[in-house]
Design a protein around this ligand. Structure first.
Ligand code: NAD
Ligand code: DAU
Length: 358
């Protein structure tokens, strides 16, 4: 771990009760002696079971705050008095953004604006020494770049071209963060990452959907022709990239983080079925459950990331290849079906198809 997170460093993580934020919070608690202030509205996808289960969690301070509330956000920033802000809080599911885009504008655009204003006030009042070390790290997505054809990859210089309400709201938040750097001098770093997978992901995203539907013996929904491509990255590798970017990245710069894990959705689903055939054999292969369903409106065809900049400048590379990461993930879900059931009940999400415009 980079020594910049010296003992006592105060890190404000937003969205730390979510999938990636949770992985980051666990890593900060286990591998540094930083204080972790976890600002989260505790929405449908939130869960702190994994953090609460750690033996070392006395440096975790949960701040149940909605970023859409400016006064509450200002108070949370004041209370946490951060040296570093890592901003992950966002509505994150594309299908939900199709059915209800307003929540995405509220959290991802207005929420980021409120956070930037609260943090700017805090940063301007810091001593010169603390100001010099301060960082605001905005965690974004490759979806802001739109959709690729069969060739090429996204990089830090790719023009923005978002297609869904989710990716448009994330693009807007990226622009706000850059503007706060250029206009007010706020020391920012931005990362844009590809699809994450791993333990504790809310069961509405492709990989947990496939595992849970298969184990329940239900049809496994494959959108459209199943030939859309994503670049899969194990969540712990993403978190390692985030920590490198926030501690060693250059102020004002963007770093793209990808998994070197391009796969068609069809291939991903078939791989999971093969692993399940081995671990939980049934008379008929799980692949017989794969069912092509209506496509997602505005469905991006292909994402792929060129990670050379973070690799060359900061020495990042993913530690897990897809075969290892997906196997571990399938095993984790098999062993944690009770958690999936609990969060399904708590959130009211029962695996139903959303985002079709029907
Ligand atoms: P998630 O949905 O699992 O978690 C998001 C968390 O943010 C939730 O706990 C939610 O309650 C919180 N949140 C949302 N709106 C908020 C608000 N207004 N105020 C306070 N808290 C709020 O999402 P995730 O998959 O962990 O993604 C985290 C971040 O990483 C997001 O910014 C997302 O855009 C980005 N990202 C995700 C992926 C991916 O594959 N999951 C890839 C690249 C980038
Ligand atoms: O690329 C990064 C993005 O990855 C993040 O910014 C988002 O927060 C994250 O949700 C993810 O977005 P995707 O839309 O790519 O992820 P999702 O898991 O929803 O879908 C992955 C692919 O699988 C996509 O092409 C749609 C398809 N799909 C999805 C589901 C849920 C299916 O075929 N069937 C499904 O049931």
């Amino acid at each position: 771990m980079n020594p910049w997170f010296s003992p006592g460093t105060r890190v404000l993580v937003t969205g730390g009760a979510g999938f990636i934020g949770g992985c980051l919070v666990r890593c900060l608690l286990q591998e540094t002696e930083a204080y972790v202030f976890n600002l989260d509205k505790l929405g449908y996808a939130s869960d702190c079971t994994s953090i609460n289960a750690l033996s070392i969690n006395d440096r975790h301070i949960l701040l149940p705050v909605n970023l859409t509330n400016l006064e509450a956000t200002k108070a949370a920033v004041k209370e946490s008095n951060p040296d570093v802000v890592m901003h992950l809080a966002a509505e994150s599911h594309v299908d939900r953004s199709i059915d209800g885009p307003e929540a995405f504008i509220d959290s991802n655009v207005k929420g980021t604006f409120n956070l930037l204003e609260s943090v700017r006030e805090h940063w301007e009042a810091l001593s010169q020494e603390r100001q010099e070390h301060f960082r605001f790290h905005h965690i974004s997505t490759d979806e802001v770049f739109g959709s690729l054809g069969s060739q090429g990859s996204f990089s830090e210089t790719t023009a923005y071209d978002p297609c869904s309400p989710y990716s448009a709201s994330k693009a807007a938040s990226d622009h706000l963060v850059r503007a706060w750097h250029r206009t007010y001098g706020l020391p920012i770093v931005i990362t844009n990452c590809s699809n994450n997978y791993g333990p504790w992901q809310f069961p509405e995203k492709l990989i947990p959907v496939v595992i849970l539907k298969a184990l329940a013996g239900e049809p496994i929904p494959l959108y459209g022709d199943g030939e859309n491509i994503r670049d899969w990255l194990f969540v712990e590798d993403h978190v390692e990239g985030l920590l490198l970017a926030v501690t060693a990245g250059k102020i004002g710069e963007t770093y793209c983080i990808g998994g070197y894990g391009e796969r068609t959705n069809k291939k991903v689903v078939e791989t999971i079925c093969t692993i399940l055939d081995e671990l939980r054999p049934q008379e008929v292969s799980y692949s017989s459950l794969i069912t092509k369903v209506k496509d997602r409106p505005g469905h991006d065809r292909r994402y792929a990331i060129n990670s050379q900049k973070i690799s060359n400048e900061l020495g990042w590379k993913p530690r897990h290849n897809f075969e290892i990461g997906i196997r571990n993930t399938v095993i984790w879900y098999i062993n944690n079906l009770d958690w999936c059931e609990k969060i399904g009940i708590k959130s009211g999400y029962q695996g139903n198809r959303i985002g079709t415009l029907d």
